[in-house]
Design a protein around this ligand. Structure first.
Ligand code: NCC
Length: 276
């Protein structure tokens, strides 16, 4: 369904999607109060030069995959939201370098973001669904979830753990490319954490292996590898334009189709390696 060649699409992603984190000079964050909370180092300085990276979706199809050792053999591993490693190491590995969480997770009490120890490992990045191409002031006044208070509380409890806020403009830069490359109209909601995490790692790493974002032969209606809950929408999408994201990722895959089937694995180049 994609309209551009894989090479051209990679160039569009590299040149039009600005993957940046909020810093202390960004509009409403340029206050002395925010300087106390926002990380001093930018994210790429914090992680250093990364070679091979893994992005681990939370899909139920990771269960019984035995992919843990392969995932842990990467220089860095990105996970999502409340996806655990304890008790699931055989299938998903034990290393967590970056954890990307949505603003709902850190705001809504039942997720226990402030107390669950699972969040205390690795670099945290939070993102919030901003209005379509809203400017940063407009978004700051009206975030989808008002996560700022819990962000500050968490940072106060864990001052040494780097905790970034994803600049919300990138989600719509990415969405525009998804829409341009789809034959149908896609839902006007931001891409999933999965797709955003893939873009973050393509910015930081030379090569990115993504696990069970495109489902393998283990595809299942079980939503997450760590829960018993069944819902096809987890894999196919409802709120997020997940199917369109997956088509795009399939289109730029540089690995073998067979590895999708056996490992749920796609291999993407880091943007540093993309020549346009
Ligand atoms: O489920 P979620 O996503 O945390 O999953 C992380 C990413 O993994 C990919 N995925 C997941 C399950 C599956 N069967 N197939 C997949 O491909 C997706 O790319 C997904 O983004 C989110 O994107 O932030 C999301 O978060 C949850 C929920 O908010 C968090 O888990 C916190 O509890 C959303 N679910 C609900 O709101 C009920 C989900 O829609 C999107």
């Amino acid at each position: 369904t994609a309209k551009l060649s894989p090479e051209k699409l990679l160039c569009q992603l590299r040149d039009r999607v600005n993957v940046t984190m909020i810093n202390g000079s960004d509009g409403p964050f340029a206050t002395s109060e925010w300087q106390k909370y926002l990380p001093r180092k930018n994210l790429s300085e914090e992680v250093g030069h990364l070679g091979r990276c893994a992005v681990v979706s939370s899909a139920g199809s990771l269960k019984f995959s035995h992919l843990g050792p392969e995932i842990d053999a990467h220089d860095a591993v990105l996970r999502f939201n409340g996806a655990p490693t304890n008790g699931f190491q055989q299938d998903v590995g034990k290393n967590t370098t970056v954890r990307l969480v949505n603003s709902q997770l850190i705001t809504v009490e039942e997720h226990k973001f402030l107390t669950e120890t699972l969040y205390n490992t690795g670099i945290l990045i939070v993102w919030d669904p901003a209005p379509y191409h809203a400017d940063i002031h407009e978004w700051y006044r009206k975030p989808d979830y008002n996560f700022f208070e819990n962000y500050k509380k968490y940072h106060t409890k864990h001052p040494d753990q780097p905790f970034y806020i994803l600049n919300p403009k990138m989600q719509w830069e990415l969405w525009d490319i998804l829409q341009e490359n789809s034959l149908e109209d896609i839902q006007p909601n931001p891409p999933s954490s999965g797709m955003l995490g893939i873009m973050i790692m393509m910015t930081l790493c030379d090569e990115v292996n993504v696990y069970e974002f495109l489902p393998s032969k283990r595809q299942t209606d079980i939503c997450h590898y760590y829960q018993k809950f069944h819902d096809r929408a987890c894999t196919m999408g409802a709120y997020h334009p997940l199917l369109f994201e997956k088509n795009l990722v399939k289109h730029i895959n540089q690995g073998m189709d067979e590895h999708i089937y056996t490992h749920g694995k796609v291999t993407l180049p880091g943007f540093r390696k993309v020549r346009c």
